[in-house]
Every structure is written in C-alpha cells, then in structure tokens.
Design a protein around this ligand. Structure first.
Ligand code: AMP
Ligand code: GLY
Length: 427
C-alpha cells in the first residue's frame, strides 16, 4: 500500500519511520518532508494546505492512504477532500478539526458535553474583554481563538499583562486567529497529554506523555512548540489516568452525538488539578514532540492501525506497547523560538543513532545530494532514547545529544528532571 504523509516536522519523521517498518507498506511519499530518511520514503514538493493539489497528487500516484500530520491542512478541510475522492484518510475533516482550530468551539463543546475545563468568556471587542478581566482578576489566561502555532496563549500574572495580551490580539498579532479572544480561569498543577486513536466511535488510548513547553531549563523562558518529552508519565496516578481516559471517551461520544465523523488522533491536553484532571485544550492530530516518544514504544503495526482508523473500524484492534520508558530531547537552533540561522552543517547524527535504543528524528533539517545534513528550522532534531527505566532512557538520550553538534546547538538539560523528583516538584 502506497501512503502519502503530509508535514515536515519530527512528528512526521517519526510517523514515516514507523510506517516504514510495516510489511504491508509500499512507497511512502512525504510532503514536503525534511532531511530525515526512512527506507522506502520519498520527499515530494506539494502545498499541503491545497486540497486539490493533495488529491491530484494522491490520484496520480495511486496513493491508497493519506496521513495528515499538522493542524493547518486539517482545519483547511484537506481530509474532507481526500475522503470525497474515495481515498482513505487519517485525520479529521474540517468540522472535527475545529476542536483545535477554534478555542471557542472546543470550550463550548466541553460545556455542552460536561467535560471539566477552566471557566471562560469569549470576546470580539477589547472593551468587553477588559471588563471581564476586571471581574475575574489575575492570574488569568488570554488566548487567541484560532491557530497561532502554539504562540497565542498568555498566562498573565497581573491584569496589566492580561490587558496587553488582549490588546495585541485585537491589534492583529495573530492575524485572523486573534479576531476573537478567549479568556480563561487560570488552573494549576502538572500537565499531561493523553492521545487516542479514534474512528469516531471507539477509542484506542496511547500512553500519557509530558511535554516541556518553555525554552530554558527550570521551565523558564518563552513558550515553544516543545523542547522535550517523555512517556509514560510516572507522576500520573491510576485514578487520574482512568479519569482522563473516561473524558476522552466522553469527548468522542460527544463528537459522534454532534454528527462529527472524527477519524484520526484526538489529543487531550490536561492539567492535573487538585480537583482532578481538567482539559486545557484539544488538538486534532498527533503532538510534536509527543509522537517521537509514543510511536517508538508502539509494537503494533502503525499502518494497520491507521488504515483501520481511516476505514472507521478500529473495534477489532488492540494496541501492543513496549514496556520501555522513552525520553526525547529537542535540539534547537540558537535563538529559537525567536529568530535563528539556517543552513549550518550538523555532525554526529549517525554516531548518536548507533547507540542502542536511540533514534534521531529529524525536524528542521535539509539533506544535500552528498548526504550532508544542514539545519533548516527552529527545532532541528529530536533525540529519543528507550530504556528499561526512566533514568536509563534519560541518560541515554543525553549521551546521544552530546555526540551531535552544530553551531549554536540549544537544548534543555533537564528533560524529565521534575518527573524524577515526583509530584512535590509541582507544588
Ligand atoms: P493551550 O495551547 O491552550 O494548551 O495553552 C498552552 C499552555 O498554556 C498550556 O500547555 C498551559 O501551560 C498554559 N495554559 C493554557 N490554559 C491554561 C489555563 N486555563 N490555566 C493555566 N495554564 C493554562
Ligand atoms: N507538543 C504540543 C503540541 O503538539 O501541540
């Protein structure tokens, strides 16, 4: 079976690497892809947000399954067009993708279906938003309604900061995504993600994962797309896990009740509050970098799972996981998440990947014809290690990180450190 994967990040390299291990796979096209390679995978130049171009390419190349990695093509309705063309598609249509594409949509969904989440208000004018800020007081969270590449959220410590966030949103900092502002009660507690495969009816949970969103050690500095991640999450109690799973099942049942045919990954971002897990956000896709610790632990054939999801028939599938722990450290370009240089040569990838249990996923990289790999983005590589204990996975990941070099290599040295200190590290 020939497959087309859309996207260019570490998430897509991890998806392609897992699909490449399937005995059933044919050619794996990845658009646009990056400098990472996998057996049988070919990079193709394609505008992934252009539904017509994606369908044409898939038809011309007799692709039987399209896998959509990032949120933008999902929100743009590419999955609807692919399915309408009679081609299997892994990823929800535009209506389902609104769970990520509009904070207001997902908050109203949660309200309607009794999914615990922060109290909120939603505004299209600054004056009404300022009034609400005064009523609720700080700390308070201000969010652009639409897609803002993870940068549209401000956790404001005081009202001045909150007002400024509202003002920037309406001033066009996030374009159309900021035309509406969602303001939320500020919750506290450790964060944890639970991703599930779903065909719109059944739910197949993956193990919980925990991302590190701040740029620098000690959870300081600006928010990023994610600087490192691990899975499973040792601080999550059995009760919390059971609650998160029930909430994901309730969410999928709510989507079905609302007439939304959701086929793909539903990502639940949770805060483990003193009153139990509450939803921070939903994403309509695999997380990046969560995927880079989840998929290496999956023993089941990913292609079988994705085809079953796309066909709407996962009832017969049981996922099998490795017992290992997984830790992934992101190597970023100097200056990320602000401005950074591109085109710097990277050395040591093969040495790092040769360590037992280590996989180096490419994110912002580009490969020249002679095999040289250059930096080509903010997040450059994701170094994932599996180990029989959390500590072993963590120390192996950092051993591999030391073997890789490029000018300005920036990474956090404390991925997983807080989890090892236990729950008290969050209070
Ligand atoms: P989101 O994109 O909605 O997940 O928000 C990004 C990050 O902002 C989350 O991972 C949290 O760290 C933080 N955040 C979002 N909403 C809240 C909230 N209601 N209370 C506290 N922190 C929040
Ligand atoms: N790592 C968070 C996300 O993919 O949205």
């Amino acid at each position: 079976m020939d497959v087309l994967v859309l996207g260019s990040g570490g998430r897509e390299h991890a998806i392609v690497s897992s699909l490449a291990a399937s005995p059933r796979r044919g050619i794996i096209y990845v658009a646009p892809g990056n400098g990472g390679s996998a057996p049988g995978a070919v990079n193709v130049d394609l505008d992934i947000n252009d539904a017509t171009a994606v369908v044409d390419y898939a038809r011309r190349n007799e692709v039987e399954l399209v896998v959509i990695g990032p949120e933008a093509p999902l929100v743009a309705g590419v999955a609807d067009a692919v399915r309408a063309a009679g081609i299997l598609c892994f990823g929800p249509g535009a209506r389902g993708a609104q769970m990520e594409g509009s904070k207001q949509f997902s908050k109203e969904f949660m309200q309607r279906h009794n999914i615990p989440t922060a109290a909120f208000g939603s505004f299209t004018s600054a004056d009404a938003a300022y009034e609400y800020l005064e009523q609720v007081g700080a700390p308070i969270v201000v969010k652009a309604d639409g897609l803002a590449a993870g940068k549209g959220v401000t956790v404001a410590e005081d009202l001045e900061q909150a007002r400024q966030a509202v003002q920037e949103c309406f001033a066009g900092r996030f374009g159309d995504a900021g035309a509406r502002v969602v303001i939320e009660e500020c919750m506290s507690g450790p964060e944890c993600s639970l991703l599930v495969f779903t065909d719109g009816h059944h739910v197949l949970p993956m193990a919980p994962a925990q991302d590190h969103k701040r740029a620098y050690d000690g959870d300081t500095g600006p928010n990023t797309g994610g600087m490192g991640v691990y899975s499973p999450v040792p601080i999550v109690t059995d009760d919390e896990y059971a609650t998160m799973l029930t909430l994901m099942e309730q969410t999928v049942a709510g989507l079905a009740a609302d007439g939304i045919d959701y086929r793909g990954v539903l990502y639940g971002g949770f805060m483990l509050t003193a009153d139990g897990p509450k939803v921070l956000e939903f994403n309509a896709r695999f997380g990046d970098p969560e995927t880079q610790v989840i998929l290496p632990r999956l023993r089941s054939d990913l292609l079988d799972v994705m085809v079953a999801v796309a066909r709407g028939d996962v009832g017969h599938i049981e996922l099998v996981w490795r017992d290992d722990w997984a830790v992934s450290v992101v190597l970023a370009s100097e200056g990320y998440p602000g401005d950074y240089r591109k085109g710097l040569p990277i050395s040591g990838i093969a040495d790092a990947a040769a360590l037992c249990g280590v996989t180096v996923y490419h994110a912002g990289t580009r490969r020249l014809a002679d095999g040289t790999v250059l930096t080509n983005g903010g997040r450059v590589l994701n170094v994932t290690a599996l180990g029989s204990s959390f500590e072993q996975a963590q120390s192996k990941a950092y051993q591999a990180v030391e073997l890789i070099d490029f000018e300005g290599k920036q990474y956090r040295t404390d991925i997983g450190a807080r989890a090892l200190r236990g729950r008290a590290a969050w209070s």
